[in-house]
Design a protein around this ligand. Structure first.
Ligand code: PMP
Ligand code: GLN
Length: 385
């Protein structure tokens, strides 16, 4: 086995293996119910599989256009306009990408220079800070309040400096399961007016907002949309996280810069799957019914853990339910998550890993994108702890 003997001056000295890989691996090792990493344990719609099979056999197996196949870009434009009232030109303002992680990274790589600051809300999804740092930027953090996980707008205002290049927002929010209100977006709009700060809006859970509330996409706010890359993921919407497919919409000027990087970063996303997604998107129910589908799962899980010593925090969107465990243990969440996997056979995600320093409150995140049988078995274990 060859070894490198030179000096490595790591660009990401503090980065280890992502918690999702760590906890899923531990779950497999201990044959535990895996409510850690966010992915469904059920399959996607058979119609979608049939469409992929159809297009795999249709002789479309060479490079698709760099920005994505036109029919898919048109379907995305139609959806964004219908849901959020914003019109994006498929030719210049929509790009199909291999997953949202890639879209966020590419937007950062296209816009952030060494010395630039990028504001992140803490807790922050784990890909944001490394994407900023590997491009020479500096993350600047604004704490979400606890237990509401709301944005502290005065703190956000204070975090803005002449070096702020970008703000990354995420609604519905992972790992907190909170959602932004229209007022939040108006505050952001007012705060950024007159600056050159761009926004990356991670909206991968756009179709998973509960209790009758509407998703507040930045696309609904014209002045904000003018400075925003909006990133979405087909993986979350169609139960196909392993396909790594998503899209970015942004005004032409920003998208032009995005595509300069995209063409040399991956060039194109998988072609046959794009044709299949374009056709499948005609079935609007598949995404419009998603909130209800997951709300039922949230409510099923909450019903089944009633009587346990875990205390639920509000889950207003995403497919995550956070639980406090003050009544059970004063261990750190990272220790408890490992112990529960080993000793009780249930895996979760310790929320403190999304902070630079562990916060005082102790919370575990459980994914309910699972069959009722899985959720029932998981809940049964939680009631015994
Ligand atoms: N952002 C957030 C907030 C997520 O939860 C995820 C899902 N894992 C992603 C981005 C990445 O999505 P994708 O799998 O499409 O890269
Ligand atoms: N976003 C998913 C989660 O929060 C995991 C994605 C990944 O494993 N990178 O669980």
């Amino acid at each position: 086995m060859p070894h490198y003997h030179g000096k490595i001056d790591s660009k990401l000295p503090h980065v280890g293996t992502t918690i999702f890989t760590v906890m899923s691996r531990l779950a497999v090792e201990h044959d535990a119910i895996n409510l850690s990493q966010g992915f469904p344990d059920f399959d996607c719609a058979p119609e979608l599989l049939e469409l992929v099979t159809k297009y795999l056999g249709a002789g479309l197996n060479q490079y698709p256009p760099m920005a994505g196949v036109p029919v898919l870009r048109e379907a995305i434009a139609e959806k964004v306009e219908a849901l959020y009232g914003a019109s994006y030109d498929p030719e210049h303002e929509i790009t199909v990408i291999p997953g949202a992680t890639y879209g966020i990274y590419t937007a950062v790589a296209a816009m952030v220079r060494p010395g630039d600051e990028v504001i992140l809300c803490e807790p922050a999804y784990d890909s944001y800070a490394p994407s900023v740092e590997v491009n020479g930027g500096t993350p600047v953090y604004v704490q979400l309040t606890f237990p509401d996980y709301a944005i502290d707008w005065p703190a956000m205002q204070q975090a803005i400096s002449p070096r702020t290049r970008m703000i990354i927002i995420n609604t519905p929010n992972n790992p907190t399961a909170s959602v932004f209100s229209a007022e939040d977006l108006r505050m952001l709009d007012a705060l950024l007016a007159g600056t050159n700060i761009v926004v990356v809006a991670d909206e991968v859970y756009e179709h998973i907002v509960f209790d009758g509330h509407a998703h507040q996409s930045v696309a609904r706010f014209p002045r904000l949309a003018e400075r925003s890359f909006i990133v979405s993921s087909f993986g979350k919407t169609y139960h196909v996280t392993g396909w790594k497919m998503g899209y970015v919409v942004a005004p032409r000027e920003l998208m032009n810069e995005f595509r300069k990087v995209h063409q040399f970063n991956v060039f194109v996303a998988n072609g046959p799957i794009q044709y299949a997604l374009a056709e499948y998107m005609k079935n609007k129910d598949a995404y419009l019914a998603l909130a209800q589908f997951y709300q039922r799962k949230r409510d099923f899980f909450l019903e089944r853990i009633k009587g346990s010593r875990f205390k639920p925090l509000p889950s207003r969107g995403t497919f995550f339910q956070n639980l406090r465990y003050d009544a059970i243990s004063d261990e750190r969440d990272t220790d408890l998550a490992v112990r529960l996997t080993r000793e009780y056979g249930i895996a979760s995600i310790p929320v403190s890993v999304f902070y630079r320093e562990p916060p005082a409150h102790r919370v575990l995140r459980f994914c309910f994108a699972k069959s009722e049988a899985t959720l029932a078995s998981g809940a049964e274990i939680l009631r015994r702890i």
